[in-house]
Design a protein around this ligand. Structure first.
Ligand SMILES: [Zn+2]
Length: 162
């Protein structure tokens, strides 16, 4: 993914004739690209996107989407992108995504993105307390995974580096 690709998805999202395409797919395309961005594991690519993030600023203005019926849903996705790229510009790492959405430590480990250090699971409450670290920058995290009625959720917190 590069900045042009990101810009073109956001631009067509606004210019598209809604009568031609269902509203659902318009919202989901911008939402999808926001999650695809969060899931980029190439740190250099992310840093480059973060450096060019000023180019997408105008899309986070509610006035840009004023004629769009789905502007609330679209702005939510764009804010996800902007917040993430702002954070990446500070720390320079992909692991900033853990502050933005619910991720599960074991599946992140399978993708080689983190390394689990300790795993403490309570079979009764099905709650897990995991400590892990990012394989790219070494940032340690505490992760709490729990049942939230409508499915399993997780909450990540940065720990102080040793
Ligand atoms: Zn990291």
């Amino acid at each position: 993914m590069n900045i042009e690709e990101l810009l073109s998805t956001l631009t067509t999202g606004n210019k598209r004739d809604i009568s031609e395409i269902s509203e659902i797919s318009e919202i989901s395309e911008i939402s999808e690209i926001s999650y695809a961005l969060l899931n980029l594991s190439d740190v250099d690519m992310l840093k480059e996107l973060a450096e060019n993030r000023y180019q997408i600023r105008s899309f986070s203005e509610p006035s840009y989407w004023s004629s769009n019926e789905n502007k609330d849903a679209i702005l939510k996705s764009i804010n996800r992108i902007v917040k993430f790229l702002d954070a990446v510009s500070i720390t320079g790492c992909r692991c900033e995504k853990y502050a933005q959405a619910s991720y599960f430590a074991h599946s992140e480990t399978k993708h080689g993105l983190i390394e689990i250090l300790t795993n403490d699971s309570d079979p009764k409450t099905r709650e897990s307390k995991i400590t892990c670290k990012c394989t790219a920058c070494g940032q340690p995290y505490s992760v709490r995974e729990f049942e939230a009625g409508f499915g399993r959720r997780s909450k990540w917190q940065k720990r102080t580096r040793p």
